[in-house]
Structures are given as C-alpha cells and as structure tokens.
Design a protein around this ligand. Structure first.
Ligand SMILES: *[C@@H]1O[C@H](CO)[C@@H](O)[C@H](O)[C@H]1NC(C)=O
Ligand SMILES: *[C@@H]1O[C@H](CO)[C@@H](O)[C@H](O)[C@H]1NC(C)=O
Ligand SMILES: *[C@@H]1O[C@H](CO)[C@@H](O)[C@H](O)[C@H]1NC(C)=O
Ligand SMILES: *[C@@H]1O[C@H](CO)[C@@H](O)[C@H](O)[C@H]1NC(C)=O
Ligand SMILES: *[C@@H]1O[C@H](CO)[C@@H](O)[C@H](O)[C@H]1NC(C)=O
Ligand SMILES: *[C@@H]1O[C@H](CO)[C@@H](O)[C@H](O)[C@H]1NC(C)=O
Ligand SMILES: *[C@@H]1O[C@H](CO)[C@@H](O)[C@H](O)[C@H]1NC(C)=O
Ligand SMILES: *[C@@H]1O[C@H](CO)[C@@H](O)[C@H](O)[C@H]1NC(C)=O
Length: 373
C-alpha cells in the first residue's frame, strides 16, 4: 500500500499546485498579463508596458489603477466596466486622443482621474456621468491635442455632472479663451490651475458664482483685468491667486486693476506683477505705476485747463471792456466835442469832395484839362 499512498500524496500535491497556478474564474482575482496586481493594496499597475489598449479583466477589487506611460489612444465605452470600487484612475502619459461616450460613466466611486500628458482631441459629450458623478480631482494638464479641444472639455464640465469636483488642473494646454460657462456648473470647485496657457482675457462671467480657494493664472497672455471680473473675484473671500508672468499693458485699461491690487490681499505674488508694455514702463512693478503715467485723465485734465484759460481770458477781456467804457464815460464831454468837430470836419470835407466831383465829372472841363497837357 506504500506506493498508492505515495501516489495519493503526489496527486494531492499536483492538485494543490494546479489550484495555485490555474487562472481563476472571472469573479476570482486574476491579474491581466502585463500588469502587477496587489489585492491587499487593492492596486493594479500597468506601467510602461507599451499597451495599446486598456487591458481586459482588471480585477473588480481594484481601488487604484495606474495605466501610465503606455501607447493607449482610445478609451472605449466598456474600458472600465464593472470596476465599482475604483477610486483612483491614472491614465497619464499615454496617447489618448479619443474618449468615447460612457467611458467614465460606470465608475460610481471614482474620485481622482489623471488624464495628464495625453492628446485629447475628442471627448464625447456623455463620456462622464452627466448626473452627479463622484469625481473630485481631474488632471487635464498637458492633455489637450490643440486649443480647440477645450470646447469638448467645456461641454463635459458644464453638463452639470461634476457636482463634487473640487480640483481641476488645466495647465499647459495652449488655451486661448475659456468657453462661456466652462466652470459655471462646478459648484464645489476650490482649486483651479490654468498656469502656462495663452489666455488673453478673463470675462466677468467666467468665474462668477464660484467660491474658490486657489486660482493659478500665471504665465498666460492677460493684459488686464476689467472691473466686472475684479468684482467677481472680490466676491470669493477665500480665494488666493497667482498672476505673475502675464504681459500686463500699463495704459488706461489697467487703472481699475492697479487700484484693486493696491487694496487686495487675494494676490499671492503681487510683487512679481509688472508692466510688459509700453516700453517706457517695461518691468515697472504694477504697484509702483503712478496714475499720471497711465495717462487716463490727460484728456479730462486738458479740458479743465482749457476751460480755466477761457474763463480767465473772458474775465480779462470783460475787465478791459469795463475800463474802456469807464474811460469813455469820464471823457464824455471831450468825446462829444470831438464828435462834433469830426462831424463838421466831415461835412466840410464832403462838401469839398462834392464840388470837386461835380467839376471832375464835367466832360468839358476834363477835355480842356487833358488837351492842356
Ligand atoms: C466582483 O465581481 C463578481 C461578479 O463578477 C461579484 O460576484 C463580486 O461580488 C465582485 N466583487 C466585488 C468586490 O465587487
Ligand atoms: C497633474 O499633471 C501634471 C502633468 O503631468 C503634473 O505635473 C501634476 O503634478 C499633476 N497633478 C496632480 C495633483 O497629480
Ligand atoms: C449626489 O450623490 C451623492 C451620493 O453619491 C448624494 O449624497 C448627493 O445628494 C447627490 N447630489 C445630487 C445633486 O444629486
Ligand atoms: C485641432 O485638432 C482637430 C482634430 O485634429 C482639428 O480638427 C482642428 O482643426 C484643430 N484645431 C486647430 C485650431 O488647429
Ligand atoms: C509652458 O508650456 C510649454 C508647452 O506648452 C512648455 O514647453 C514650457 O516649458 C512651459 N513653461 C513652463 C515655465 O512651465
Ligand atoms: C458682465 O459684463 C457685461 C458687459 O461687458 C455686463 O453686461 C454684464 O452685466 C456683466 N455681468 C456680471 C455678472 O457682472
Ligand atoms: C494705494 O492705497 C493707499 C492707501 O491705502 C493710497 O494712499 C494710494 O494713493 C493708493 N495708490 C493707488 C495707486 O491707488
Ligand atoms: C525687462 O526684463 C526682461 C527680462 O527680465 C529684459 O529682457 C528686458 O530687457 C527688461 N526691459 C527693460 C526695459 O528693462
């Protein structure tokens, strides 16, 4: 019976080995071939594996999923289906250019989504759950293929689903303008990073209705902030901003902004803000710019000076006139005499003229006189 016992033992060992090595059924904890999975940490990593697509059969215990540094170009509707426990999803450093509808819609616990360093050209409008999704932090830095893609981002953000979004990163995307209403549905937004874009103007409506804590607009193309926008910023009492490295233009349009800066505590890098134009004020700190240098009230001032000089001239002329009249009044007798004399003189003169005229106009006299010559 000894050999049969050995046999049983071997069989048992084989069975145990088979159970350990064999792929589990779907509900069990399989790990996609190129990835590393840790059930204990509920983490799956597929890092730098040249993957062309999101691997199938990611275990559903996964809370943290890192599929970074691959060649993935498309996120499909079913890419993350069934990952009900997923909280953190990092897809940064891929080549994602197309995000299909429903791509992130079936992840009820997703809180942190990193799509940075991709090439997003198309994000279909219902890629995210349009009703009350759970995303709290969204990293879209260096992720847009070109500045047109911001309109897809705006459509997704303003769909109304991002009620829990508190941190949004959109740095280094060459964004030129912020589409109307892009942030207006983000009621929980606290931290907004727009660093290193090409934003020219922040409209009064762009940030209205928010109650943010941190806004980075450094390294953009902002020339000034207008009064409507400044008023919106003022309404967010917890907001701190970074605004350096913008080409502020120190002309009349910046007057409101400079006055606002002089009173605000909301700008963290206030000492680093300076004029880029005009040449005469280049590199002058905005805090050191004098109102007179902006030349805003040059015209008003000029008018006032002109008006003053007219009033002065009028007064002087009036005074001279009065003196003249007074002198005339004092000399009224002499003048009367003088006028009489003049009249007599005139009369004599006129009579003499009359006489001469009559003589001159007599043709005979004229002929005589000419023939005499
Ligand atoms: C994983 O999925 C299976 C079915 O596919 C299900 O029975 C199981 O409860 C899921 N586990 C978790 C942790 O959701
Ligand atoms: C977002 O992505 C950028 C670019 O990859 C990175 O520098 C930044 O640290 C990321 N932010 C967070 C919160 O991970
Ligand atoms: C959104 O969902 C959360 C639970 O995930 C719930 O507490 C909250 O009331 C919902 N908000 C809205 C506006 O539906
Ligand atoms: C941005 O890329 C898209 C997709 O390739 C293209 O249709 C669009 O014309 C580009 N926009 C600009 C401003 O280059
Ligand atoms: C700003 O972004 C560009 C790419 O858009 C990058 O080349 C440059 O290094 C960035 N500058 C800084 C200071 O981050
Ligand atoms: C924003 O500015 C426009 C004019 O530029 C004005 O009509 C509008 O009332 C302003 N809105 C707010 C909220 O200040
Ligand atoms: C800045 O504020 C101070 C008082 O806080 C005021 O005296 C000064 O004139 C202001 N400067 C400008 C440029 O508004
Ligand atoms: C302003 O600063 C920049 C860089 O710091 C420099 O290149 C430029 O010459 C300066 N311009 C003036 C007028 O000082």
């Amino acid at each position: 019976f000894v050999p049969s016992r050995r046999c049983l033992c071997l069989l048992g060992m084989l069975m145990a080995g088979f159970l350990l090595l064999s792929p589990c059924p779907a509900s069990c904890d399989s790990c996609p071939a190129p990835c590393e999975c840790s059930e204990a940490a509920r983490t799956v990593k597929c890092v730098l594996k040249d993957l062309k697509a999101v691997p199938l059969e990611i275990p559903n215990y996964t809370k943290n999923l890192f599929i970074t540094g691959n060649q993935i170009s498309r996120i499909g509707a079913g890419s993350f289906r069934g990952l009900e426990n997923l909280v953190t999803l990092s897809l940064n450093n891929n080549r994602i250019n197309f995000v299909e509808s429903q791509a992130f819609a079936s992840l009820p616990n997703l809180r942190f989504l990193d799509l940075s360093n991709n090439r997003l050209a198309v994000i279909q409008p219902d890629a995210f759950n349009p009703r009350n999704n759970s995303i709290q932090e969204l990293n879209l830095s260096r992720s847009l293929y070109n500045h047109s893609a911001i309109s897809d981002v705006a459509a997704a953000l303003s769909s109304g689903g991002f009620v829990h979004l508190s941190k949004l990163e959109l740095a280094e995307n060459e964004i030129i303008y912020l589409p109307l209403g892009i942030f207006s549905s983000l009621f929980s937004l606290k931290h907004l990073d727009l660093r290193n874009n090409s934003i020219v103007d922040v409209k009064n409506t762009t940030l209205s209705g928010l109650d943010m804590e941190f806004l980075d607009l450094s390294l953009n193309a902002i020339k000034t902030f207008r009064i409507g926008t400044l008023n919106e910023l003022k309404k967010q009492p917890h907001l701190q901003m970074v605004l350096k490295d913008n080409p502020f233009v120190c002309n009349c349009d910046i007057e409101d902004f400079i006055q606002w800066l002089n009173a605000t505590t909301q700008v963290l890098d206030i000492d680093k803000l300076s004029c880029a134009f005009p040449r005469g004020l280049q590199n002058t700190s905005l805090l050191a710019v004098q109102e007179t240098e902006l030349g805003c009230h040059a015209n008003d001032g000029g008018e006032i000076v002109m008006q003053t000089s007219y009033v002065f001239l009028g007064t002087v002329l009036g005074f001279i006139g009065i003196i003249f009249l007074f002198v005339l009044y004092l000399n009224r007798k002499g003048i009367k005499e003088w006028i009489c004399n003049m009249r007599d003189a005139c009369r004599n003169l006129m009579e003499g003229y009359h006489y001469r005229y009559e003589v001159d106009s007599d043709p005979r006299v004229t002929q005589v006189s000419t023939s005499d010559v």
